[in-house]
Write a protein that binds this ligand. Structure first.
Ligand code: P53
Length: 486
């Protein structure tokens, strides 16, 4: 069955400043938390270093040099037929330290030019305020988002960019994938997620409950900051559409055993409260109970609750890559603590890519339906989806990536089924990394998502030239046919 989507549907791609721009210390930019993440790979975690230290490879320092190449790269996006493009503003280009009194004019001018270029090409900017790239100074001096003062600093940053780009940007979102840190019980990844979301490092001797408490309090400040920014944005320009952004990886129970069902439900509860707060302006009942029971979130005021209510989002932005299958832990202790109730396990029905990410297109339809059941009045924008894969640049400069076409085809089909068959309100599809960029999770260049190949290796060596992959032509045809020719 083929489907043709509405004319106003947003089609395009999405990147983040820190993974693409490079120019990490150019034109007044400050050091961000992404600038001190070393390179890793499928098996090696990226490390956080205390400032930029000699002898390390910091892949975000070079990115793909989008800082200088954005005009030509955006022209390629226009050639794809895109009518929308998502990127982030690097907070450190505007406030190099995060607590500066005055913004950095050179940084503001840079995004003026970038947004002008998008409009010249008929591309709608979709802009993230905080995509894993807060100023490192805020970590050193304030302890990152564990400090309530971050709320005002973030609101001030948002106020400056909202006023500046009032007539250039309509679609905004606050924090990228704010819900990632809910994976606090998931071993090695937990540190990466709290670093990128909240900007703090564990001491190494905390108990799980101590870690949860720290994460949950920081996340509360992020949610209050987000809500205040939404309310402020609507004052600055009532036409602004301001979203929150979460990663969606549907939980599946490993079996129909009642214990696995309870574990699956607890897993959902441990994560879904981020979007609940964004959309409903309040914490769900079972999460209030959990945090109260353990004292996980000591600092929540009546004013915070009023702010959360007054700043609910206009649309929910989501990333989708794969699903997560869970089972009950051996001794779930009456499922007292949602975070400690489940374990992730493999799913025999799902294949994985070279980085172990499950390939599950049906999971996208499932997720969209689930979101629509939970939040029937909130439109959804898919702002990330794609396949990270090794690509080969052939001697004749072609790149054959049928695996990527296959992944995207099935996911777009699943989205269209959710829209047309199930009535889910989806307003756009922006695939991740339409041009190859540095991977967030591993820092690799060779984990590629693009329709456009960038000739750079993991050390930033190479010509930097751009080449169209086979998937370029394919996505062009998808957009031109409004999703009917997959
Ligand atoms: P990379 C983990 C799980 C789901 C999404 O990821 C994630 C992560 C963090 O790695 O991040 C999002 O580059 C994120 C992007 C990121 C993209 O997914 O590790 O918003 O910045 O690049 C893909 O393959």
């Amino acid at each position: 069955m083929t489907y043709r989507l509405a004319d106003e549907f947003l089609w395009g791609g999405a990147i983040a400043a820190h993974q693409a721009e490079g120019a990490w210390n150019v034109d007044g930019k400050g050091v961000s938390i992404a600038d001190i993440l070393t390179a890793g790979d499928a098996k090696t975690q990226r490390r956080v270093t205390d400032g930029v230290q000699e002898g390390n490879n910091y892949p975000n320092h070079h990115g793909i040099d989008f800082y200088h190449t954005y005009a030509e790269d955006l022209e390629l996006m226009a050639e794809l037929g895109s009518n929308a493009f998502r990127t982030s503003i690097a907070w450190t280009r505007i406030f190099p330290n995060g607590d500066d009194e005055q913004p950095n004019e050179a940084g503001l001018e840079y995004y003026d030019k970038m947004f002008d270029k998008m409009h010249e090409l008929g591309i709608e900017p979709v802009i993230t305020l905080n995509h894993f790239e807060m100023p490192y100074h805020l970590v050193k001096e304030y302890g990152g988002w564990t400090n309530r003062k971050l709320i005002d600093l973030f609101v001030h940053y948002a106020e400056v960019v909202f006023n500046r780009y009032r007539d250039k940007v309509t679609y905004w979102m606050t924090h990228n994938e704010i819900s990632n840190q809910a994976g606090i019980n998931l071993g090695a990844h937990a540190q990466f997620f709290v670093w990128t979301n909240s900007g703090f490092v564990f001491n190494g001797d905390e108990t799980l409950n101590e870690k949860i408490a720290k994460m949950v309090q920081a996340a509360h400040y992020e949610l209050v900051a987000s809500a205040k920014v939404v309310a402020l944005g609507h004052k600055i320009n009532p036409n602004f559409k301001i979203g929150g952004m979460v990663n969606v990886a549907p939980f599946y129970p490993a079996s129909p055993s009642p214990k696995d069902m309870l574990a699956f439900q607890k897993a959902r509860q441990s994560r879904d409260w981020f979007s609940d707060v964004h959309i409903n302006g309040e914490y769900p009942v079972e999460i209030e109970r959990l945090y109260e029971k353990f004292g996980f979130r000591p600092d929540i005021t009546e004013q915070d609750r009023a702010d959360l209510k007054a700043g609910t989002i206009d649309y929910l932005a989501v990333s989708y890559y794969s699903s997560t299958t869970v089972k009950a832990v051996d001794n779930p202790d009456n499922f007292k603590n949602a975070y400690a109730s489940y374990e992730v396990t493999s799913n025999p029905y799902i294949e994985t890519n070279d980085w172990g990410w499950g390939l599950d297109a049906d999971g996208l339809r499932y997720s969209l339906n689930e979101l629509s059941e939970m939040y029937p009045h909130t439109p959804i924008m898919i702002v990330e989806n794609g396949l990270g894969a090794y690509d080969k640049l052939e001697d004749d400069q072609s790149i054959h990536d049928p695996y990527r076409i296959d992944y995207l085809k099935h996911h777009i089909q699943a989205m269209e089924e959710a829209i047309v068959e199930d009535g889910v309100q989806v307003i756009g599809y922006l695939s991740w990394g339409p041009i190859d960029i540095v991977s967030a999770g591993t820092g690799e260049m060779k984990k590629r998502y693009g329709y456009i190949y960038v000739d750079l290796d993991d050390f930033g060596e190479g010509t930097g030239r751009r080449f169209k992959k086979d998937s370029f032509k394919w996505y062009q045809q998808v957009i031109a046919s409004k999703g009917s020719d997959l």
